[in-house]
Design a protein around this ligand. Structure first.
Ligand code: CA
Length: 722
């Protein structure tokens, strides 16, 4: 562990202009609000007494994402208009929830950059770039995203993609200290927002898809000193166990699981509850994915796919509830954990709630972890339900796929609900879930020797083969779902078709806000990309704004000088085109707002222009195998990209092996996150991959031509018959 005091000089000399701001008296600047991120324990615990602020990730420690503001409501939301926007200098996925404290918006972007804006005018106050090395992108399973900062006593805390935890002076945007929360020789990443409680910054990380061992740590907010760390899964028993829980957990594993790390990385949902003094940590999936390959003969694989409750002061274990024992389908339980007081069977219960990736909505006792209820909120086929006597899922034996027998799972590995924040309105008593109903054909594979990139031990090639079979179940729908957590039943829904709904915000004005973006791999799919408001009680759409890009992040609401604002981060290409312009920005709305986005930039439609097919059958087989293994997780199954990363069938480099190799083997695009794969791919294999993609490009071009031809004679025929 290394603590680097970067700018203690700067921190001691805030009034000196070299530190970013002019020579105004300390804490006062006529052009900017008086206070900067001035939050502490008392203010955060009593966040509901500050309805105009958004001081922590889910607004209050309970992470309900509910705004008590009522100025914007069902009666007048039709008059909501853009009042300012701010462009980001980075594209790729934008998933950040802004903080808004004392009139300043603090927001992060892809590549872990941070911006501060005047919340009323949109004036940029400062910008901070931690300079994450471009090659770190290859360690991220799911893009170089960041979900936001935490605030505490004049500092902001940023988890950078490359595993650094960085304290930033909220007034100047200058770093104060930074620590490495990871072993820098290992492919860990941070995409989640840190949480701060009782002077401790709590942070996890991603890495299960890369065979890492997950853990959660707490750091002193002032100094960056590590205070406690709790591992999610046991390490090698020969090295001794860190605590009694690890010894207990080891009994639920088989084989030599520590060689693949086990997984469990807690990459998103962490919630502190002042009432119980506990931190609830949502833990990740197993590594590799199929449980029988990960740990032959093992049992539940604790503490994967669970919520674990730790004492905030000591990091000691208090309770856990495992949602998916012997997890095999990438069913992380890292989703948002919301604390609420519900009346269940006539009794007030202090509960934690989670809409799990595995498709079930869980209500647990916040103090003890006792299962109160669980019900599936989308169709589920890996389990037939939850046995309330044992608290365990009734697992469908068919769902354990092998190398021989695939299983089309509901939900898919994308999950019934992932990082997209949900919200809970204590007024309607409903939870608003960005839900997904989707399927995926899992087939196991003993391929765990991938020298770089993800090591999942599933066969993308065999999945692609199953997907080509029209008989294979294929479900793909994004849904805004209003869920009653007491009755455990759906109250209303809005379908987004094959698109995806983003994070939600519930307000005391009777509204639910949500954006939409693209979905999974679907050729030619065009999804309307809007930010909309719905009635919280029945789902009627009342207002919508064309955002020019996908809006998937969690919206927030705040108040400055008596006016209520709604803010959301936009920017997501999925379902769009990788080569489309960068529309990543922060959008801010108020009643009567009259700002307008610049008109969309016209781009010529991309054209399939591959060279003639080449390569022997043997080469094409190798090409498909290597593509599936090394390229498909980013560039799409079967060479068909969902738009998040370039669709290689359209790449001009298909015309030149030299140009192709310069990127794939030479690392010409490392700065963009596309590193050299020379460690994993030989020049012969690179040629085979180019042959395979060229073949797929030619097939797509033929489909396009056939569709054009089919359209043309139909018109002619119609004319002739008249
Ligand atoms: Ca995962």
């Amino acid at each position: 562990m290394r603590t680097v005091l970067i700018t203690s000089v700067c921190a001691a000399a805030l009034v000196v202009s070299a530190c970013g701001r002019s020579g105004a008296p300390e804490g006062r600047d006529s052009a900017a609000p008086a206070e900067f991120a001035n939050v502490d324990e008392a203010r955060l615990v009593a966040a509901d007494e500050h309805p105009g602020q958004w001081m922590s990730h889910g607004r209050t420690y309970s992470e309900q994402r509910f705004s008590p503001l009522t100025q914007i409501n069902t009666e007048n939301v039709s008059q909501l208009g853009l009042t300012w926007y701010a462009d980001f200098d980075t594209r790729r996925g934008q998933e950040s929830t802004p903080l808004v404290i004392d009139g300043v918006v603090y927001v992060t972007t892809a590549w872990s950059k941070v911006y501060a804006f005047d919340a009323k005018t949109g004036k940029e106050l400062w910008k901070y770039d931690p300079k994450v090395p471009g090659e770190w992108a290859v360690n991220a399973c799911c893009d170089v995203v960041n979900r936001g900062v935490a605030a505490w006593k004049g500092k902001l805390y940023l988890g950078a993609l490359d595993g650094r935890l960085i304290a930033i002076d909220a007034k100047t945007g200058k770093p104060v200290w930074e620590v490495y929360t990871i072993d820098r020789d290992k492919p860990y990443t941070i995409t989640g927002a840190p949480r701060v409680a009782k002077g401790k910054v709590i942070i996890g990380q991603g890495g299960s898809e890369f065979h890492m061992r997950g853990y959660v740590s707490a750091y002193d907010a002032e100094t960056g000193e590590m205070l406690w760390r709790w591992y999610i899964v046991p390490g090698n028993p020969a090295d001794g166990f860190e605590n009694p829980q690890m010894e207990m957990a080891a009994k639920t594993w088989g084989g030599e699981w520590w060689k693949t790390g086990g997984g469990g990385a807690p990459w998103d949902g962490i919630t502190y509850d002042p009432e119980t003094n506990l931190v609830y940590v949502g833990t990740g999936n197993g590594a590799p994915w199929p449980a029988d390959i990960r740990s032959p003969g093992g049992g539940d694989h604790l503490f994967l796919a669970s919520i674990v409750a730790l004492d905030v002061d000591t990091g000691e274990y208090r309770w856990h509830y495992q949602m998916t024992p012997n997890e095999s389908w990438d069913y992380d339980n890292t989703q948002q954990i919301t604390v609420a007081d519900l009346v269940i069977d006539g009794k007030k219960r202090h509960v934690v709630m989670q809409a799990s990736k595995n498709g079930f909505f869980y209500v647990l006792d916040a103090k003890t972890g006792e299962l109160i209820s669980a019900q599936n909120f989308v169709p589920v086929n890996w389990a037939k339900g939850i046995d309330m006597k044992t608290g365990r899922p009734i697992v469908n034996p068919e769902s354990k796929y092998t190398t021989e027998r695939g299983f089309v799972a509901l939900p898919s590995f994308a999950g019934a609900h992932s990082w997209h924040p949900m919200s809970y309105s204590p007024i309607t008593g409903l939870v608003y879930i960005p839900a997904v109903n989707s399927s995926y054909p899992f087939v196991a594979a003993y391929e765990d020797d991938n020298p770089m990139g993800q090591k999942l031990s599933i066969s993308f090639a065999k999945s692609a083969e199953m997907l080509r079979d029209p008989k294979t179940l294929r479900v793909n729908e994004g849904i805004l779902l209003a869920w009653d957590p007491v009755q455990q039943k759906e109250v209303w829904r809005v379908s987004h078709g094959q698109g995806r709904g983003g994070g939600t915000l519930a307000t005391a004005g009777g509204l639910v806000f949500q954006g939409t973006g693209g979905g999974l791999q679907t050729e030619g799919l065009s999804v309307p990309m809007h930010f909309s408001a719905y009635r919280a009680d029945d789902g009627t759409k009342l207002w919508s704004f064309a955002a020019q890009t996908g809006v998937l992040a969690g919206p927030v609401s705040y108040e400055v000088d008596g006016e209520q604002y709604i803010a959301v981060v936009a920017g997501h290409r999925q379902g769009g085109d990788y080569y489309s312009p960068n529309y990543s920005r922060l959008l801010v709305f108020k009643l009567g707002g009259t700002a307008e986005l610049p008109p969309p930039i016209e781009v010529p439609p991309r054209r399939l222009d591959p060279p003639a097919p080449f390569g022997t059958t043997a080469q094409l087989t190798v090409g498909e195998e290597k593509y599936s293994r090394f390229c498909s997780t980013c560039h799409g199954v079967d060479a068909q990209s969902g738009g998040m990363f370039p669709d290689l069938r359209y790449s001009p480099t298909l015309h030149s092996q030299e140009a192709f190799d310069a990127i794939v083997l030479g690392g010409a695009l490392t700065e963009n996150g596309m590193v050299s794969f020379a460690r994993a791919i030989t020049p012969e294999e690179a040629q085979a991959i180019r042959a395979f993609v060229t073949q797929r490009a030619n097939e797509a071009k033929q489909r396009e031509a056939a569709a054009t031809q089919a359209a043309a004679p139909a018109q002619q025929g119609h004319g002739a018959s008249n």
